[in-house]
Write a protein that binds this ligand. Sequence first.
Ligand code: FES
Length: 150
Amino acid sequence: MDLSKVDEIIDRHEGERGSLIPILQDIQDVFGYLPKEALERVSRRLKIPMSRVFGVVTFYSQFYLQPRGRHTIKLCMGTACHVRGAPRVLQRIKEVLGIDEGETTPDLKFTLEIVRCLGTCFLAPVMMIDNNYYGKLTPQRVERILKEYG
Ligand code: FES
């Protein structure tokens, strides 16, 4: 792993107070997630114990410790979506992609997340892929939609 980018980011924030979070954000912008080696470098150079760095990373849901897919699927399992068949849609997504919720496909194409309500219950069951909404899902339709992201 090329840690020179991490060093550049840390240098850029040198002398700033409360720079840990902006540094972590910049590192994630570069790598797409927070590699362990990068966190160790931050810990060493900022003289902040690794346990504290980890504490911050795991506290904020914007930070990721694993590589992310190029597309993020957010499938709603809120009440309205649940009663209208979201569990079957989820099952099909898992079968097609071969991953569980919270996981990323090995080809780094998709990351699958479960959310509680997307605020579009009238479209239930609904999911988002990146910024696009897909409503009135069925297992068949979701499979077709996933194929569109070739
Ligand atoms: S419960 Fe699914 S969008 Fe509201």
